[in-house]
Ligand binder design. Structure first.
Ligand code: SF4
Ligand code: SF4
Length: 428
């Protein structure tokens, strides 16, 4: 069944550039010689390494264990030897521990034990064991999301993929719809919900068809950024409004991303822990844009080489999409669970203009999907008055970048708001 999604007035229309690799099937990149695997690829406490330098490991082996209720296990995606544990600055600018493994290219692999029962508790436990987190970018441990405080009645599947350039969810939906439907059924069973809706933007008609043909209720969404953010998606798929300061579970909904559902299928049915991710490598600055399945911990420089190398004129590297991704100083980074993209942007694609003074045009507020006034939040942040910025709703910002995208003065609004949020958190 296909139904039309509710219209949403706010947000923006961006050039999506998805044509660069929209038609390219997912290719598996061979695991590299060295992987560096972060113990903190999720929201919550870092996992604690359970291997030491000199230890031999195999693919699928637990190398860092979740520490506490909100955390996630980490597994090796290669066979080889642990050469050490390094501290590396991640794309968010935080120093974190990475387990370094030298690949010996053996093909051995270990799996999670067979599941004895497929009831809700067993599925949640399997998702926890496998180290699955929100793979759309949020990184919140999925098992925690499957055990909300209140009773839910709806699972919303996020197939919007509204970030420009990215095609990894789209390709997974086209190439593995049966596996994703199984993942949906497992997580719906874990949540004890009967109502499932799959939200897909209307620029992906093949994906809409693939899921409706498999008996799913598909909501065809208008093409608009940030359609994939939870609150907008829930409204457009169900008509329910998540109040400011509240979470999806407060309105009886759980949202799961396509890649997370695929990972859940692999964990439940194939006993596979999370060791690989699907990401889009794109931009005018890379020789060949591709959709790749890569081993977690693969160096970004190796990924670039696998795509034919960087072309001349790259002015910006981005981990993730251009709207919500993180700018990288260089390619000394390593694939993490939450990476959906690696972009190589040229001058034509990236905005490097120097900011000028705000002209109070109000465009940023007009586009904000959270109905905030970004210009005032920035103003008070720059003045160091974080409490006043908080009064204008800084904490509710989802850092979607819609405000900055259309700002004629090129104000770095998202950076200011993110800084303010960090300051407010620090104070708390
Ligand atoms: S869009 Fe830019 S120039 Fe216009 S009010 Fe907002 S910050 Fe100021
Ligand atoms: S203020 Fe935050 S939520 Fe609003 S448009 Fe800007 S980044 Fe998005």
């Amino acid at each position: 069944m296909i139904i039309k999604g509710k219209k949403y007035r706010y947000g923006i229309h961006v050039k999506d550039r998805k044509e660069l690799c929209r038609e390219k099937p997912i290719e598996t990149m061979p695991a590299p010689e060295i992987v560096k695997i972060s113990v903190s690829q999720h929201i919550g406490a870092p996992a604690i390494p359970v291997v030491n330098a000199g230890d031999a490991v195999v693919k699928g082996q637990l190398i860092a264990e979740a520490s506490g209720a909100v955390s996630a296990n980490v597994y090796s995606g290669v066979c080889g030897t642990v050469t050490g544990i390094e501290e590396i600055v991640n794309p968010m600018g935080l120093k974190q521990k990475y387990i370094v493994i030298k690949n010996d290219f053996r093909t051995d692999e270990v799996f999670l034990p067979n599941m004895e029962s497929f009831d809700d508790k067993s599925i949640i436990e399997r998702v926890r064991q496998a180290g699955i987190v929100g793979l759309g970018g949020a990184g919140f441990p999925t098992a925690v999301k499957l055990t909300p405080k209140n009773r839910l009645d709806t699972l919303v599947v996020n197939g919007a993929e509204c970030e420009p350039y990215l095609n990894c969810d789209y390709r997974l939906m086209l190439e593995h719809p049966d596996e994703i439907v199984k993942g949906i059924n497992y997580l719906a069973a874990a949540l004890n919900v009967k109502n499932v809706v799959v939200g897909i933007e209307k620029n992906k008609p093949e994906a809409v068809r693939a899921f409706s043909e498999r008996g799913m209720k598909v909501v065809e969404l208008q093409k608009q950024y940030p359609m994939g953010s939870e609150k907008q998606l829930i409204y457009c798929c169900t008509g329910r409004k998540v109040p400011v300061g509240k979470m999806p579970f407060d309105v009886g909904v759980c949202v799961q991303n396509i890649k997370t559902l695929y990972a859940a299928y692999e964990a439940v049915e194939r006993n596979k822990p999370l060791t690989e991710i699907v990401m889009t490598v794109s931009g005018d600055g890379i020789a060949e844009a591709k959709n790749l399945k890569v081993t977690i911990g693969t160096p970004f420089a190796d990924i670039a080489a696998f795509c034919g190398g960087e072309k001349e004129g790259v002015v910006k590297y981005v981990a993730g999409g251009p709207m919500m991704g993180k700018n990288l100083v260089d390619l000394n980074q390593y694939a993490r669970k939450t990476d959906s993209g690696l972009l190589f942007l040229t001058q034509k694609e990236a905005c490097l203009d120097e900011p000028t003074n705000c002209i109070n045009c109000g465009k940023c507020a007009k586009n904000c999907p959270m109905r905030l006034m970004p210009m005032y939040i920035e103003l008070f942040t720059l003045a160091g008055d974080y409490q006043k910025a908080a009064k204008y709703g800084a904490a509710n910002c989802i850092e979607c970048g819609s405000c900055a995208y259309n700002c004629p003065a090129k104000r770095p609004l998202v950076q200011s708001i993110a800084f303010c949020k960090a300051k407010l958190k620090e104070k708390k």
